[in-house]
Design a protein around this ligand. Structure first.
Ligand SMILES: Cc1cc2nc3c(=O)[nH]c(=O)nc-3n(C[C@H](O)[C@H](O)[C@H](O)COP(=O)(O)OP(=O)(O)OC[C@H]3O[C@@H](n4cnc5c(N)ncnc54)[C@H](O)[C@@H]3O)c2cc1C
Length: 492
């Protein structure tokens, strides 16, 4: 009798726990760090989380893949909201041989590898003992179609519009046809799927300060949240982004010549010191991309943080005019070359320590229509205005007419531009009543290409170990991965 009552009691307690768990599985997960997951049994076998440092596209993509593989994920980001700099990306994601290219009439695209090598310039053949650049670029370009498909199919993101950007032989930068810029579209879609998954936990305002190392193996992280220090055990994916926004810290240290340039990045210190402490090797720290076109806001021209004037604006037909309203460059040359052409001209003296230029970005009605998704935002922010051609300076009208003639001829004798985007404005009196879109732009630091040396599996390499002693001689660590969207995976 006593025994059967006890069994009944255990049975009832079991039912209560089961019902409670079904309703409160996230709370249980948060409190005890044990996954109670009724939908994905594979995740139950993973008591230690995969710790993802950084909630940009690299961190979000890595988290999704870890969840798919049956792990549970604890993401930490020091920012109040997820998305990092990735959420600002406005031109799109590169991919070769994609179905979207084919639908846009680009039957073949065999030039992605060569374009990337050309863009890398002399760096491609430097430091080969540490990093197998050819293999990395191959991974980047060969897997780009799958990456574009993954974003489109797995998360339902529209990537149907394909544009040609600087340094590309053919159009291969994918974005959506709607108003949402691609960075925000991709970040929000992945984030939604992650937060729907009970195996995922995000801690915001949680700054990782060091890696926990035991017996020379990385075992987890130490982070600070609400002034409290926490230690978390687990495999670590380090996806903390670059240092372009660290203007007075890492940027000034590695590229003092760029001190004073405005930036499109959040103003935040780099986190590379955390990896440096465990002996990770760094490469290309002086390789900082300067983007030629950050908007100068007429309401606050001196502010250091600038909105990016997306490359698509030039890709779809926009031209650049100097402060004398003359064209001076092939607008679709590499960002490096276009930035260099601007920075070879004298900068404005009005902005004190900041080095800033006032270059005009001008788009004809064809380019304005093709970039309507971006343009609405820029006009709303007061960064671009519409003007009739007849309201431009005589020098600007002459530049527009000359360029329109080149488009008609299909040949830009002055600067060798070969793709004219959607420009349709004719030359001469016929265009004077037409409206063009204009804004002022200046070069800005945009992203850093250097960082942790890693192999094609995104495993960081330690100082002193060379590729020639075996590809994949990663830092001695159970699992520290750098997730970098720029090189390792090209999800973005
Ligand atoms: C305006 C703009 C437009 C761009 N447009 C494009 C584009 O169209 N196409 C393209 O391919 N690329 C574009 N880029 C570049 C691209 O956005 C970056 O290469 C990409 O965002 C890098 O992603 P990430 O996940 O590595 O880093 P991020 O997105 O910067 O994320 C890093 C995250 O790590 C967090 N973090 C850093 N340190 C710590 C720490 N110690 N503890 C906790 N959290 C930490 C940060 O808060 C941040 O949220 C653009 C960049 C900018 C700024």
């Amino acid at each position: 009798m006593y025994r059967s009552r006890r069994l009944l009691l255990i049975f009832l307690i079991g039912i209560v726990i089961a019902v409670f768990s079904l309703h409160h599985r996230n709370a249980i997960f948060d409190t005890f760090g044990v996954l109670v997951n009724f939908r994905e049994p594979a995740a139950m076998s993973s008591p230690r989380p995969v710790i993802v440092v950084g909630s940009g596209l690299a961190g979000l993509s890595a988290s999704y893949e870890a969840l798919q593989a049956g792990a549970r994920v604890h993401m930490l980001d020091r920012a109040p909201k997820p998305g990092g700099n990735s959420i600002k990306a406005s031109s799109g994601i590169n991919g070769a041989h994609t179905r979207f290219q084919k639908a846009a009439g680009i039957a073949k695209d065999d030039a992605f590898y060569d374009d990337s090598v050309r863009s890398a310039g002399r760096r491609f053949s430097q430091d080969l003992a540490k990093v197998d650049r050819a293999r990395l670029v191959n991974t980047l370009t060969e897997r780009s179609e799958a990456a574009v498909n993954w974003v489109a199919d797995e998360f339902g993101v529209d990537l149907s519009v394909v544009a040609i950007l600087g340094g590309h032989m053919v159009p291969r930068t994918h974005r959506g046809a709607g108003k949402l810029p691609p960075g925000a579209a991709i970040v929000s879609a992945i984030q939604k799927k992650l937060t729907d998954n009970p195996g995922f936990q995000l801690s915001s305002l949680a700054e990782v300060v060091s890696l926990a190392v035991r017996d020379d193996v990385v075992m987890g992280v130490r982070y600070v949240q609400d002034k409290q220090t926490h230690d978390l055990d687990g495999a670590v994916v380090f996806a903390a982004g670059g240092f372009a926004g660290d203007a007075m810290g890492m940027l000034a240290k590695y590229r003092p010549d760029l001190a004073g340039l405005p930036s499109t990045n959040d103003d935040r210190p780099g986190s590379h010191g955390i990896l440096e402490e465990v002996g990770v090797e760094f490469v290309d720290m002086t390789s900082v991309q300067v983007h030629p076109t950050g908007f100068v806001d007429p309401k606050d021209p001196a502010v250091r943080y600038k909105f990016l004037a997306a490359e698509a604006l030039r890709g779809e037909g926009g031209i650049l005019l100097s402060d004398e309203d003359k064209r001076f460059v092939n607008e679709l040359d590499t960002r490096e070359k276009v930035s260099e052409a601007i920075m070879n001209m004298p900068h404005s003296k009005e902005t004190g320590d900041s080095r800033q230029w006032y270059i005009t970005l001008l788009m004809d009605p064809g380019a304005c229509e093709a970039t309507a998704g971006h343009l609405g935002f820029y006009m709303w922010k007061g960064l671009m205005q519409k003007k009739k051609v007849k309201e431009l300076s005589p020098a600007a009208i002459e530049a527009v007419d000359r360029y329109a003639e080149s488009v008609t001829k299909g040949k830009d004798d002055a600067f060798g531009r070969t793709n004219f985007g959607r420009w349709r404005l004719p030359a001469g009196e016929a265009n004077r009543e037409e409206e063009v879109c204009v804004g002022k732009v200046t070069p800005v630091t945009h992203f850093t290409m250097g960082g942790a040396a890693f192999n094609e599996k995104a495993q960081p390499l330690r100082a002193g170990r060379s590729r020639s002693r075996g590809s994949g001689r990663q830092a001695k660590s159970r699992a520290v991965y750098t997730a970098t969207t720029d090189l390792a995976d090209h999800r973005f």
